[in-house]
Design a protein around this ligand. Structure first.
Ligand code: SDX
Length: 376
């Protein structure tokens, strides 16, 4: 048996994959060969979902067919009995707990639940990708004492989500910003939540179970939960003039700085520059640039003092906040995008599977003598 490697499986290569490549030294992110900078500039989230699942960009006809299926109300709407379950939850239930619960429950109504064939798994992935925005928005309305809004099949996934959250038609800039954010979050190689999905799929469990495992992993503040923590930091700092002193004290107090650092990137996360730009544009549009000003100061000081760099979670929340989205909805939005990547990895794992089962190096006693409780 080999000896224990670095903690946290650092630098351990688990298997090959054709889906996503991260160059941690150059700061490059590639989905199926395409640089995420190009996809952010020219693609749509729906097209990136197709690319991740099918490995190629769609033709015009293939795109139209895929887009229509992903937007169809039959795929976007939730079973009425699931809405009843949501109403039964305490209003204080966090959106990530609701998402984890709702995705798990959706398998009960899914006609392909027991079928692990690729075709059935793609259909389930399509429904989950279409339903998760509806689920997130439904809870936002229910917890505020309002009725959930029906999805609008005429709107893109991004526009429909923003509409279902607010009840208003979103601005073109908000839709474009949100769609680019979904593209940037769609996949990221063997991150913790994707690996959780692959481990689950490797037992030949189903798509819903694998996505539920992934949501549980993403919830943690060291992973997807960081974007919410960043906004809580911004809310604590409040005034851009106070940002420098605040972050210098946080560094002196050896605080874990949310939105910074990465297991793979040794330079700035290539997604951060896009999210910084979009958050700046949106903040300007809504007349509140203070959040981005605070984050820019924090980023300058942390990079200078600690030589750790912004990751995907530093600026994403400032953009969502400018759209009027509540902070505890930021990680569910991450999940709404990453479900595309998670599903791609489940399909790849099922396509060439071996149970994922590492070893542990046992360090406990090996010859303990059992003593009856009456003598202990
Ligand atoms: C995501 O894996 C992915 O691809 C994830 C993701 C994706 O798209 O799926 O990119 C999304 O999860 C981004 C990361 C979001 N998390 C955060 O922003 C939380 C803050 N970041 C850190 O907790 C940390 O950087 C991690 C968890 C992201 C990575 O941690 P590692 O690789 O386990 O590194 P480490 O915690 O062992 O730190 C190594 C050193 C330590 O110093 P020493 O104790 O050795 O002196 O660097 C320091 C750490 O103290 N360090 C930090 C830090 N990140 C690293 N110190 C303060 N604040 C930080 N953010």
């Amino acid at each position: 048996m080999s000896t224990v490697g670095k903690a946290g499986l650092e630098d351990v290569v688990v298997s090959t994959t054709d889906i996503c490549y991260i160059d941690g030294r150059e700061g490059r992110l590639i989905y199926r060969g395409y640089d995420v900078d190009d996809l952010a500039a020219h693609s749509t989230f729906e097209e990136v979902v197709y690319l991740l699942w099918h490995g190629v960009l769609p033709s015009k006809k293939e795109y139209e067919t895929f887009y229509k299926a992903l937007s169809a109300s039959t795929n976007r709407k939730l079973p009425p009995k699931l809405i009843t379950i949501l109403h039964a939850l305490p209003k204080k239930t966090t959106p990530m707990e609701v998402l984890r619960t709702g995705v798990s429950a959706l398998s009960a109504w899914d006609p392909d639940a027991a079928d692990n064939s690729r075709e059935a798994s793609v259909r389930k992935a399509m429904r989950l990708t279409a339903q998760m925005p509806t689920l997130v928005a439904a809870w936002e309305r229910i917890r505020r004492g309002k009725a959930p809004l029906a999805p609008n099949p005429k709107l893109s996934l991004s526009a429909n989500f923003l509409y279902m959250m607010s009840g208003k038609k979103p601005t073109d800039l908000a839709v474009k910003t949100f769609d680019v954010a979904l593209i940037l979050h769609a996949d990221h190689e063997f991150n913790a939540s994707t690996f959780a999905a692959r481990v689950t799929a490797a037992t030949l469990s189903d798509m819903h179970s694998a996505i539920t495992s992934a949501i549980g992993a993403l919830k943690g503040p060291l992973h997807g939960g960081a974007n919410e923590q960043v906004m809580l930091m911004v809310d604590k700092i409040k005034d851009p003039a106070k940002a420098e002193a605040w972050i210098r004290k946080a560094i002196a107090d050896k605080m874990r700085l949310m939105g910074f650092g990465h297991r793979v990137y040794r330079v700035e996360d290539p997604r951060a520059k896009h999210l910084r730009r979009l958050a700046t544009e949106l903040g300007r549009q809504v007349g509140d640039e203070s959040k981005v000003q605070i984050l820019n100061t924090v980023a300058r000081v942390v990079t200078e003092e600690k030589h750790i760099y912004p990751n995907v979670d530093l600026f994403s929340g400032a953009g969502y906040a400018a759209m009027g989205i509540a902070t505890d909805q930021f990680t569910p939005i991450f999940a709404m995008s990453r479900v595309a990547g998670w599903a791609a990895h489940v399909l790849e794992q099922h396509g060439n599977n071996r149970l994922i089962r590492p070893r542990g190096e046992y360090t406990g006693p090996t010859r303990a003598t059992y003593v009856p409780i009456s003598q202990r």
